[in-house]
Design a protein around this ligand. Structure first.
Ligand code: VGL
Ligand code: ZN
Length: 228
């Protein structure tokens, strides 16, 4: 039975479900951006990113309800340094009112880099939520664009299916995983980070720890996959 009432309840039906002591908590696993460009050798490589693939496959055996997100950019995406004359990877720009760090070209729609890792088990996924499709704004979270206007539909999908608890894993801990966790909390889900099933970009050393601290401070629970 939930003790904390979520910040945002979207519909009355979900509120009744959430407060019903007899309702089963439905758990969902959200797999964030386990794509080739985030693997060693990829365009935006995350160190040891491939090591979480077997861990996530094992984790999937423990869930009936699994969804995935996919970074899915058009070639003219505003987060790519090469689309801004004279700008380099790692520099910041103002992208339509949002402070944006510039990335190498990555996860372009239809390319190998945007595909999921070949060994990642995909057969039991209910749905894939693509993000970062609007060239004018980046989208780290699997729920909303960074300007909080675009909505992938993930939140309403989970609520429609009576999901109350979400377990989040994937890449990268300090970007897309973190922002997916923070939005899940804001959307009222009981939110777990499966820490050993994530890896960080670590542009600055210590970014992994900072991300974990922020998620904990904002109400997430950090767990290890062996204990689920
Ligand atoms: C990501 C940077 C840019 C991620 C996606 O999946 O963490 N990071 N696009
Ligand atoms: Zn991206």
């Amino acid at each position: 039975f939930p003790i904390v009432i979520p910040a945002k309840i979207h519909n009355f039906e979900y509120l009744l479900y959430y407060l019903n002591p007899f309702a089963m908590n439905t758990k969902a696993l959200i797999i964030v951006d386990v794509q080739n460009d985030f693997m060693p050798g990829g365009a935006l490589a995350v160190k040891e990113g491939d090591q979480i693939v077997p861990i996530i496959n094992n984790l999937q055996l423990k869930f009936d309800f699994i969804v995935a997100t996919q970074d899915w950019h058009p070639a003219d995406h505003g987060s790519f340094a090469s689309n801004h004359e004279g700008k380099r990877v790692g520099e910041f720009i103002d992208l339509n009112g949002v402070n944006q760090i510039l990335w190498p070209v990555h996860c372009v729609q239809g390319t190998f880099g945007a595909e999921f890792h070949k060994d990642l088990e995909k057969h039991h996924w209910k749905e894939v939520f693509q993000k970062g499709t609007n060239p004018r704004v980046d989208s780290y979270s699997g729920f909303f664009d960074n300007n909080r206007m675009g909505d992938t539909g993930l939140s309403s999908f989970l609520k429609k299916e009576n999901v109350t608890d979400v377990y989040i894993c994937g890449l990268a801990t300090d970007y897309c995983v973190k922002f997916t966790v923070l939005d899940a909390l804001e959307e009222g889900f009981k939110t777990f980070l499966v820490a050993d099933a994530t890896k960080a970009v670590n542009l600055n050393p210590g970014d992994y720890d900072l991300a974990i601290d922020e998620m904990l401070r904002k109400g997430a629970t950090v767990v290890e996959s062996n204990f689920l």
